[in-house]
Structure formats: C-alpha cells, structure tokens
Design a protein around this ligand. Structure first.
Ligand code: B12
Length: 276
C-alpha cells in the first residue's frame, strides 16, 4: 500500500514539474471538490484574466480601446473614446453592445473567477455608465416607441445588466422608467396602475430571487401588462413555468419583446416568437 502511495506521489511531483499550469488548475479543482462543490462546476476550469480579456475583446481596434477603458475603470477615457466614436458616426446601440458591454462582461467574469475585487467592478460600471450616457444623449428626442418599466427584483442588487437593458431600450426609442434594484412587487403593481406602461422588464441574478419574477408576472396578469424576464439566474425553461412572462437572453431580445408587445401582440404569441 505504502509503495503505491509513494509511486502516486512521485507521479504527481513529476506531473507538477512537467506541466505546472495544468497542475495548478487541477489542484484548485481538487480543493473546490473538497469544499463540497459539484463536479460539473469543477469540470469548468476558470480562464486566466488575460484569456477572459481575449474572449470578449472586439476585433475593431477603436472598439477594443473603449472596451479596455471600461475594463480598467477609466471613466474619463471611456467618455472620451465614446465621444470620438459617436463623432465618427458610429451607431450608439452598436457602441453599447459591441464595445461597452464586452468591457463589463470581462470584469464580471474575472471577478467571478476570483481574480478581481468589488471596487474594480464598480469602477468598470462607472466607465460603462459614462459611455452609455453619451450614447443616449446622441439619440436626443425621438418619437416614443412605447413605455417600459425596468427593475431588478426584490432582494437582488445586481443592476449592471438591467442598466444595459434600459440603455438599449432607450437607444431604440422606448421611454424607460428605471425603478432601480431590489424592487417590491407591490411597487411595480402601483406604478403599472398609475402610469401607461406597455411592458415591464424584470432582472434576477440569484437563485434566491428568481421566484420574485414569477410573483411579479402573475400579480400583473390582471393588468394585461406582461413581464419580460432576464438575468443570469433565469432561462426560458424557468420563465415558461409561469404565465404573463416572456424570457429574453440579451438586451436586444428586450427590444424585440418591447416592440412586439407595443405593437399589440399577446404575451403568448411573443413568447412563441422568442423561442423560435
Ligand atoms: C457584479 C456582481 C456583484 C456586484 C453587483 C454590482 C451591481 N451593481 O450590479 C456585487 C459585488 C455588489 C455583488 C453582490 C453579491 N453577489 Co454577485 N455577482 C456579480 C457577478 C460577478 C456579475 C454579475 C453581472 O453584473 N454580470 C454582467 C451583466 C451585464 O450580466 P447580467 O446581469 O446577467 O445581464 C445581462 C443579461 O442577463 C441580460 N439581461 C439582464 N436583465 C435582463 C432583462 C431582460 C428582460 C432581458 C431580455 C435581458 C436581461 O442583459 C445583460 C447584458 O447582456 C456575478 C457572477 C457572474 N459572472 O455573473 C455574481 C453573482 C450574481 N453574485 C452572486 C452572489 C451570491 C452575490 C452576493 C449574495 C454575495 C454575498 N455573499 O454578499 C451579493 C448579493 C447581494 C444581493 N442581495 O443582491 C452569485 C449568485 C449565485 C446564485 N445563482 O444565486 C453570482 C452568480 C456569483 C457566483 N458565481 O456565485 N455581486
């Protein structure tokens, strides 16, 4: 037995010598299994920060510079580069989706892998918001395509995605009432009853808050206003377990849903269209 352990140990050390990076990755996976995390999760080895950066970095050099400014949380540079792109005549929605968003996605994934800290996310978010604000200004007053109330559901403070969704909806002509984060179902009901709203968008990033989207959708059923549900905690399968709801993955899905609902389509028709 002891001989086998010795052999195994020797092989492990040999492997470590030959392939230190792979050894480190497998070692980390082993530790996480030791802490009781599921093997499926552990089979996905986290990318290194520079690999995450490469995964999201746009090919276009001007867009890539803006993405970098968001990653670094350089608010002034992000604003300057956004203004320069707008001056060049680039489409504001394209700037948000293809340059600003990849920046925040990079930072969030790096943070999730344990290689960044909260202040880095908050600075990146400030840089994102600075760029988004300029894109919105550029659009000026355009005829309203409809009115949407956007929120992050009760108990959840993750509002970066909701802010992007609101920005893209605005960029596509929708008036957005931004209700913020950690929003109570009752407050949405009150708003929908007192204002003319075509659609509500609800975001959830946590398994502990996603049920709030069910409560919200079903509570609003009587008002005839459907809820577009999104955020990393939900998927189409979950959203289809309750009524008056349509799942969307991306901010552009939110636009498609809002356009269809504002055109008078029933939520069930829109849901079917979105799953095609
Ligand atoms: C940033 C972040 C934070 C920041 C939030 C800052 C902020 N202002 O938002 C801070 C540090 C504050 C934070 C706190 C916490 N967090 Co956190 N956080 C994250 C992180 C790293 C990124 C989330 C994010 O912003 N992603 C980027 C945005 C752009 O993506 P998104 O929101 O999904 O939105 C996109 C789409 O989903 C879509 N979309 C969004 N909404 C909608 C709506 C519609 C209608 C449509 C169509 C589309 C759509 O469009 C967006 C753009 O593409 C994630 C891990 C990860 N990598 O996802 C963990 C994560 C969400 N957090 C988690 C946890 C547990 C927490 C804490 C409880 C930690 C703690 N113990 O204190 C607290 C939560 C407190 C609370 N009550 O909410 C867990 C949730 C686990 C779970 N499944 O339940 C995660 C998954 C981390 C993890 N791996 O465990 N967090």
């Amino acid at each position: 037995m002891i001989r086998h352990v010795d052999t195994a140990a020797a092989e492990i050390f040999e492997f470590k010598e030959k392939n230190p990076q792979r050894f480190k990755e497998l070692f980390e996976v082993g530790i996480r299994i030791g802490f009781g995390e599921s093997p499926e999760k552990d089979s996905k080895i986290a990318l290194k920060p520079e690999q995450v950066r490469a995964k999201y970095l746009p090919k276009d050099a001007d867009y890539a510079a803006l993405t970098d400014a968001v990653i670094e949380g350089e608010v002034k540079t992000a604003a300057k580069l956004t203004a320069a792109l707008l001056e060049k005549g680039k489409d504001p929605t394209g700037i948000v989706v293809d340059a600003l968003m990849p920046g925040i996605q990079t930072v969030c994934e790096i943070y999730d892998n344990g290689d960044a800290f909260v202040p880095e996310i908050l600075l990146a978010n400030d840089a994102l918001v600075a760029g988004v604000a300029l894109c919105q200004e550029q659009l000026g007053d355009i005829p309203s395509a409809g009115r949407v109330a956007s929120l992050v559901i009760e108990g959840d403070v993750h509002d970066i995605g909701k802010n992007i969704v609101a920005a893209i909806l605005r960029a596509n002509g929708f008036e957005v009432i931004d209700m913020g984060r950690d929003v109570l179902v009752d407050d949405v009901v009150k708003l929908v009853k007192s204002e003319k709203i075509d659609l509500v968008t609800g975001t959830s990033l946590m398994s502990t808050t996603k049920e709030g989207l069910r409560a919200l959708s079903e509570e609003l059923k009587g008002t005839g206003i459907p809820v577009a549900c999104g955020g990393a905690a939900v998927d189409a399968h979950f959203v289809e377990t309750f009524t008056n709801s349509i799942y969307g993955k991306s901010p552009l899905d939110a636009v498609k849903i809002a356009q269809a609902v504002a055109a008078g389509k029933d939520w069930e028709v829109v849901r079917k269209e979105m799953t095609r």
